[in-house]
Design a protein around this ligand. Structure first.
Ligand SMILES: [Zn+2]
Length: 295
C-alpha cells in the first residue's frame, strides 16, 4: 500500500470523528481484505430509455454475488418489470445515479438537490430499499456536488477500474484483460446493465472467475465502505467527467476510450455556494440540456 494512501488515512481519521466516507469522492478503498465491488450503471435520460440487459442479470442471479446497481430515476420509471426483478433480488444493492443523468456539476443548487432527492424517493418506492450511495453521471463532481450528496446522507462513489463496456468499442478480450489486470483489493469496477455494453455479458463470467481465482471475494459498495479498516481513496474533482463529446449537445461517444480510469480535470472547479434548503420536489426535476446516458 502506498505511502500516499496511508497519509490520506491519517488525515481522514483525524477528522473530528466525522465519517471518513464523507467529504471525499471515493474511487475505491485501501483495505487488507481481499474484496472487490462490481457495479453496474443503469443510465437513462428522459428522452433515451436505453434497456435492461437481462443477460447480465441472469449471470448475477446464477452467481448470487453481491453487486451494486446505480440507476437513474428515469431508468427506474421506464423499466418497471426490470425494477421488480431487481427488487426481488434483495442481495443486490441500489445506488442513486441522478434522475435524468445530467452533469451534476452544471446544475444550480436547487436542481442538483432535486436530482438526488427525487431519485432517492423513486428508488425506495419502487425497490423497497433505499439507495446507499450516489454515483454522479460521467463521474463529474465538484465540492458543491459532494456536499449536496453527503448532506442527503449518501457517500459519493466513483470507480477505480473502467471496463470500457459502453458502446462496444473495446473488444471483449481487451475488456476482460483490462479488468483482471487493473482490479486490486478494495477496487470498484464499473460496467453497464442498460444494454449499452454489447460484450459485458460475454466477459462477465470470465471476469468473475478470474477475480475469484485471485482470491478476491465480492461485496457491495456499502459493504466495501464499511469494512473496519477501509480507508477511502479519493479522486480530484472533475467538472465534466468523461470528455466524451467535443461539442456540447452532440451525442457522446460512450467514454469507451477510458479503459484506464478517467483523468480528472487539472483545474478543480471553484467552490460554489452551498445548496439552498429546497423542499423535496413533488414533480420530476426539469429536463437538462446536458443529459446524456452513455456513461
Ligand atoms: Zn451513467
Amino acid at each position: 500500500m502506498s505511502l500516499l494512501v496511508w497519509l490520506l488515512a491519517l488525515l481522514l481519521h483525524s477528522d473530528d470523528g466525522k465519517s471518513p466516507m464523507v467529504g471525499v469522492a471515493i474511487s475505491g478503498v485501501a483495505t487488507r481484505e481481499h474484496v472487490v465491488a462490481l457495479t453496474f450503471d443503469a443510465c437513462a435520460t428522459k428522452l433515451q430509455a436505453n434497456g435492461f440487459d437481462d443477460r447480465i442479470f441472469d449471470i448475477l442471479m446464477r452467481e448470487k454475488i453481491p453487486v451494486t446497481i446505480y440507476m437513474t430515476g428515469t431508468w427506474a420509471e421506464k423499466h418497471p418489470a426490470a425494477v421488480k426483478q431487481i427488487a426481488a433480488a434483495d442481495w443486490i444493492e441500489i445506488g442513486n445515479h441522478s434522475y435524468s443523468h445530467p452533469r451534476l456539476t452544471l446544475l444550480q443548487p436547487d436542481r442538483l438537490r432535486s436530482q438526488i432527492r427525487f431519485t432517492n424517493r423513486i428508488l425506495e418506492q419502487r425497490l423497497g430499499r433505499p439507495a446507499l450511495s450516489l454515483r454522479p453521471p460521467a463521474g463529474a463532481w465538484n465540492q458543491q456536488v459532494l456536499r449536496a450528496v453527503n448532506e442527503e446522507g449518501l457517500p459519493l462513489v466513483l470507480w477505480s477500474v473502467v471496463s470500457g463496456d459502453a458502446g462496444g468499442h473495446v473488444p471483449p478480450d481487451r475488456m476482460r484483460r483490462a479488468v483482471l489486470d487493473q482490479t486490486k483489493p478494495g477496487g470498484i469496477v464499473i460496467f453497464h446493465i442498460n444494454r449499452r455494453g454489447p460484450f459485458t455479458h460475454k466477459v462477465l463470467p470470465d471476469i468473475i472467475a478470474g477475480l475469484r481465482e485471485r482470491g478476491l471475494r465480492f461485496v457491495t459498495v456499502s459493504q466495501l465502505l464499511s469494512l473496519p479498516d477501509a480507508v477511502p481513496i479519493g479522486r480530484r474533482p472533475s467538472l465534466m467527467g468523461y470528455r466524451s463529446f467535443k461539442h456540447p449537445g452532440k451525442p457522446a461517444s460512450d467514454g469507451s476510450k477510458a479503459i484506464v480510469p478517467a483523468t480528472p480535470d487539472r483545474q478543480p472547479a471553484p467552490d460554489a455556494a452551498p445548496p439552498s434548503e429546497a423542499p423535496a420536489p413533488k414533480r420530476p426535476p426539469a429536463g437538462d440540456t446536458h443529459e446524456n446516458s452513455s456513461d
